[in-house]
Design a protein around this ligand. Structure first.
Ligand code: NAP
Length: 278
């Protein structure tokens, strides 16, 4: 029987720990503050922003919400980021992606002070991760590491395969598993003999962005499978990149969708805000 990794419970545990920490800091007169900027009113982004606000409320982090109209110019957004960068009372700045097409996303992310880049997307933080220096780490892969550790799954010495090489999930995931002394292989759309490689994995992290892509053929008997994907199926039900029903019986542990990696991303965002307090 496999272990169902409960991301909901683990994320709650992390938020409870942070809540205590935030309370302790407040008692010393220190407040933590996260600024969240949304441009336009993309419904999925609004849900994410709202969930971030709720998590801030839960943990006691002050949140500043900037809901800017779709027609906001790049210069106006850069000016707001510049102002927030200089505010002593703002610990974290997050710009909800995607941005409207007329705004250059890269320019915006580069403008955020790396010391306030709680999403961990700035090249300074990406570089720090790759050379083992402290810095902010992208929240979703950081959440996967917490899921593994808090479920008692050892990473050191394990054959780890990451399926996907995006800048926000696959690449930082690989760096983090390496930091934990896993033996890491990264696969992508040009990988040959994909199943042969994924079947080597003791720990398989799937971030391929295709619903139900990984079936039992991709998985070694007894592997740990972490599903980062989030999609809606034809019945509007949430599902992942892994075909859970066919894969789960062959694993020793697996994350469900929903209730696996998803809730961890926001918990790790809160963690970045608190741990980054200067
Ligand atoms: P992405 O940017 O689309 O990257 C997908 C990766 O998969 C790419 O590296 C791509 O390879 C690779 N790939 C695509 N088709 C493949 C194939 N047939 N064989 C092998 N590799 C293939 O996606 P992402 O942003 O990393 O997100 C991945 C999934 O995680 C999505 O479902 C997304 O919604 C979800 N997600 C969830 C959270 C969360 O909080 N739980 C956070 C972020 C993302 P190439 O590089 O060669 O194109």
């Amino acid at each position: 029987m496999y272990q169902l990794i409960d991301g909901k419970a683990i994320s709650r545990q992390i938020k409870d720990e942070l809540r205590e920490k935030v309370e302790g800091l407040r008692a010393q007169g220190k407040e933590i503050c996260l600024a969240v900027i949304q441009v336009g009113s993309d419904p999925a982004s609004s849900v994410y922003v709202n969930n971030k606000k709720k998590a801030c409320e839960y943990t006691g982090i002050r949140s500043l919400a900037y809901e800017l109209p779709e027609e906001t110019t790049e210069e106006e957004l850069l000016a707001l980021i510049g102002e927030l960068n200089s505010r002593e009372d703002v610990n974290g700045i997050l710009v909800q992606l995607p941005l409207p097409a007329h705004i250059n996303e890269e320019r915006i992310l580069l403008a955020i002070d790396p010391a306030r880049d709680v999403d961990g997307f700035h090249p300074v933080n990406v570089g720090n991760l790759s050379i083992g220096r402290p810095g902010y780490v992208s929240c979703t892969p950081a959440g996967v590491i917490q899921l593994l550790k808090r479920s008692g799954i050892e990473i050191e010495g394990k054959e780890c395969v990451v399926l996907g090489r995006s800048n926000i999930v696959g690449k930082p995931m690989a760096m983090l598993l390496l930091r934990e002394n896993g033996t890491v292989t990264v696969c992508h759309s040009r990988t040959r003999n994909l199943k042969e490689i994924t079947r080597r994995a003791d720990i398989l992290v799937v971030a391929v962005g295709k619903p139900g892509f990984v079936d039992a053929d991709y998985v070694k008997e007894g592997a740990v499978v972490i599903d980062v994907g989030i999609h809606r199926d034809e019945n509007n039900k949430l599902c992942g990149d892994v075909d859970f029903d066919s894969v789960a019986p062959h694993t020793s542990a697996i994350t469900p969708v929903p209730g696996g990696v998803g809730p961890m991303t926001i918990a790790m965002l809160m963690n970045n805000c608190v741990e980054g307090l200067r």
